[in-house]
Write a protein that binds this ligand. Structure first.
Ligand SMILES: *Cc1c(COP(=O)(O)O)cnc(C)c1O
Length: 456
């Protein structure tokens, strides 16, 4: 049944907003994990055949809120430290609701002049705040995985073109080989991306790393021919940074393309206090980052930025190989997808609501909180395995089995959520402090809960 009256859309959306606000208000009181009971309850509600006849939109909403809301992970709250997970700033949630109502197809100027303009500003601001070259081009994609894909497609095509191979016309069949150089601690998603690009997961050269998982510049191989070097700003466990200036100088001397996976670490550039960690990364040729991690916009949103606009355009153009001159900018000429949602709206809303100072406070605050968490755990006899330079803490509670038991207990206690990881061969708990919603009180409560689980 379609409710078409203006009255009903008002009450429907007011109901949605009220339910969303009530959900967010309740996050502080509930368990952070979805419990087996709430998951089963949702599964039972969902276990029905496709209905012959629909129900009203308000009933659809009520079902979702009554059954699915309690079964969600409270990752929008302040005590979810799993993976690297940002919350969603209030301005971005609100802007997202409006943008959903707009329902703009954001592939180009012709389909949405409004979003096309917002996208140009959002890209310019992201580039500025990350200290990247202002003449770069970029695009908003689903996440850092797709941002890595987008950048590395540009890299692959460019290094082959420079070797005299027209990949647009001939693909990879018979092409000169490309050397792909990564660190031993490369993020798993990069292997998937290399496989999607026909470059192979396993035929990479892996450079040894130090105790923080940072590539050792003195162990770089000699580079010749078409080559791509992938470096990291922010190791997913330790938060460590590869030594960009040395690696980039070495790679550029050999004519290689340098790509940065900076999913969260690149945001260190947003504060003068932490920017020295990311020193030299701006000298690379392309950068992948996430907005749904540390910028705290809702899922999903990654950003791909490429120094040479023509290189990105060559790889992504839908209409042939040349940069349109003096025309309106169409996102689909720089992006792997065509039709897409207006991700830029969330990014613009985040940066407009925070400003430079708000963003710097968010980033620095999370780093200070991670430090407090690490110090508190260490005082409680927990072994901290990384040098806590950013927002990531890697902790061990004895051997693998003991650590596994503590992680399980912490998740079951429900005060906070931390996940398992393997750090340089050792089972560990990873604590990532990446949310605007995390207060110092959240850190204290979580610390107490982890120490209680450790003591039990
Ligand atoms: C999270 C992460 C990725 C993958 O990002 P998605 O947004 O999940 O696609 C890649 N690299 C690093 C370093 C990450 O932290």
């Amino acid at each position: 049944m379609v409710e078409s009256a203006a009255h009903s859309i008002h009450s429907l959306l007011a109901d949605a907003a009220r339910r969303a606000a009530t959900y967010l208000d309740g996050l502080g009181e509930r368990e952070v994990s979805a419990t087996p009971r709430t998951i089963d309850r949702l599964a039972n509600m969902l276990d029905t055949p496709l209905p012959d006849h629909g129900v009203g939109a308000s009933e659809v909403l009520a079902l979702l809120d009554d059954f699915a809301s309690p079964a969600t992970m409270a990752s929008a709250g302040g005590r979810y430290f799993g993976f690297v997970t940002g919350g969603a700033l209030p301005a971005t949630v609100a802007a997202g609701i409006l943008a959903k109502a707009w329902d703009q197809n954001s592939f180009g100027f012709i389909s949405s002049p409004a979003v096309a303009q917002i996208e140009m500003t959002a890209l310019r601001w992201v580039t500025q705040v990350l200290g990247l070259p202002p003449t770069s081009e970029g695009t908003f994609v689903a996440g850092a995985t797709m941002a890595n894909f987008t950048c590395l497609a540009g890299a692959r095509n460019q290094v082959l073109r420079q070797a005299g191979w027209d990949i647009d016309a001939h693909g990879l069949f018979g092409a000169p080989e490309i050397s792909v150089i990564v660190g031993e601690e490369v993020h798993a998603s990069l292997g998937k991306v290399l496989s999607m690009l026909g470059l192979g997961r396993n035929r990479v050269v892996r450079v040894p790393v130090d105790a923080q998982g940072q590539m050792r510049a003195d162990k770089l191989p000699k580079i010749s021919g078409p080559a791509i070097v992938c470096i990291q700003a922010g190791n997913v466990n330790s938060g460590g940074f590869d030594p960009a200036p040395e690696i980039i100088a070495h790679a550029h001397d050999a004519g290689a393309w340098v790509h940065v996976d900076g999913a969260f670490g690149l945001w260190a550039m947003a504060t003068p206090r932490l920017a020295p960690l990311a020193r030299g990364f701006e000298l690379a040729d392309s950068w992948a980052t996430d907005a749904h991690k540390w910028l705290n916009v809702p899922y999903d949103c990654g950003v791909a930025i490429v120094r040479d606009p023509a290189a990105l355009h060559h790889a992504m153009a839908i209409s042939g190989a040349y940069l349109p001159d003096g025309q309106d900018r169409d996102a689909l000429q720089f992006s792997p997808d065509s039709s897409r949602r207006a991700r830029a709206v969330d990014v613009w809303a985040a940066l407009k609501s925070l400003g430079r100072s708000g963003l710097a406070e968010l980033i620095e605050g999370n780093c200070r909180q991670a430090r407090a968490m690490a110090d508190g755990l260490a005082q409680g006899g927990v072994e901290i395995l990384n040098d806590v330079v950013l927002n990531q803490v890697v902790a061990a509670f004895g051997d693998a089995a003991q650590t596994g038991r503590v992680i399980e207990k912490v998740q079951r206690r429900g005060v906070c959520w931390c996940g398992p990881t393997t750090w340089q061969g050792r089972k560990a708990m990873r604590i990532s402090v990446s949310s605007w919603a995390t207060t110092d009180e959240d850190i204290e409560k979580s610390l107490a809960s982890i120490l209680a689980a450790f003591a039990a």
